[in-house]
Design a protein around this ligand. Structure first.
Ligand code: UDP
Ligand code: MG
Length: 334
């Protein structure tokens, strides 16, 4: 099986390869975002490293990013790093969200290939050797795609369907079943890191970039300890944020809503005028009330959509860093 080396040696850093010159093996990085997983993180990292280290044609490192956990996850990562030098922990000063944790991990990773995987074992680590085999065959991106969505309520399934449908329609991206469990070649990681935008939607952007990819189906496992940190409200916000960051279609929809209501208004106006001329008394109170409510609602909704885009502009222009890394503990001064 030929090793794909051409793009590795043409690394944008001017050929700075992360390979060990003694073994000249490629380096594979695992990026693991961690938030409030203290109860199971140590065991989970072992499972991930065991699965990923099954073959020896590559070296391994694991970048574990503690996303400002409120529990002892950060300490657990420090312990794990002491026991296994392949583990490199980073800690945020506060919770910046999974996207920020993934970004930090990608920035920190030095591998020729980088695999992003959840820390709760919902992404089966057993898939990693297959991902690496595909990469070795020349694929730039391996998407692990959910064959089944695991346990979820009817409403959750419906919301997911609506989200993917809108994404397909508005942004022309088919994200159905896609997850953040991916392998990226160094070239793709560098392209991702070179994007100037501050708000990231990892799986959307990788899909949008459309590098040669392969898909691996998987079944979402039960969570190994802890609980999901996504409330329904958080998920809805995530969906709206990502949709508006990928498409200006909602803005354009406003014009259509405006045109539609204008046309309706004209029709109602003409009917009222004709009735007036005919001398038929129009009992207008209910109609006027309804019109005010409907128009008021439509205007508020439109303002809300515009407001959302203005807020996104505001966030991008403020240009705050996506995350802040917790500094090492200071030694007391003499
Ligand atoms: N996570 C994170 N920051 C957050 C929320 C989650 O780094 O603010 C991590 C979490 O530790 C896990 C992964 O992202 O490794 C997926 O989170 P979770 O399991 O809560 O999401 P779900 O699997 O329910 O979509
Ligand atoms: Mg999970």
């Amino acid at each position: 099986m030929p090793l794909i080396t051409s793009h590795i040696t043409s690394h944008p850093d001017g050929g700075v390869s992360s390979r060990d010159p003694m073994t000249s093996k490629p380096l594979v990085s695992l990026v693991v975002p961690v938030y409030n997983e203290a109860s199971s993180i140590a065991a989970n990292l072992t499972v991930i490293l065991d699965a990923a280290g099954a073959e020896d044609w590559y070296d391994l490192e694991l970048v574990a990013v503690d996303d400002g956990s409120a529990d002892a996850s950060a300490e657990q990562l420090e312990f794990a790093a002491l026991a296994d030098p392949r583990i490199r922990p980073i800690s945020f000063t506060r919770n910046f969200g999974k996207e920020a944790a993934v970004l930090a991990g990608l920035r920190e990773a030095r591998g020729d290939a980088v695999i992003v995987i959840d820390s709760d074992l919902q992404h089966p680590p057993a898939l990693i050797p297959q991902m690496l085999a595909l990469w070795r065959n020349g694929v730039y991106v391996v998407d692990a795609v959910k064959a089944s969505r695991g346990k979820e309520s009817f409403a959750q399934g419906l919301a997911a369907k609506a989200f993917y449908g809108l994404f397909q329609r508005f942004a022309n991206l088919n994200l159905r079943g896609h997850s953040d469990f991916k392998l990226l070649d160094r070239l793709v990681v560098d392209a991702y890191l070179a994007l100037p935008e501050r708000r990231h939607f990892f799986r959307g952007i990788i899909n949008w970039a459309n590098y040669p990819s392969a898909q691996l189906p998987f079944t979402v496992a039960e969570r190994a300890g802890g609980q999901t940190s996504w409330s329904k409200l958080k998920l809805a916000r995530y969906a709206i944020d990502n949709l508006t960051s990928f498409s200006s279609m909602p803005l354009r929809c406003i014009s259509w809503v405006g045109a539609g209501t204008l046309a309706l208004g004209l029709v109602v106006g003409v009917i009222s005028l004709v009735q007036k001329l005919r001398g038929v008394g129009v009992e207008g109170f209910t109609t006027v009330n309804l019109l005010i409510i409907i128009m008021g609602g439509a205007i508020m909704l439109s303002l809300g959509v515009i407001g959302h885009y203005v807020a996104r502009l505001y966030d991008e222009i403020k240009a705050r860093p996506v995350y802040l890394v917790k500094p090492a503990r200071k030694e007391p001064r003499e």
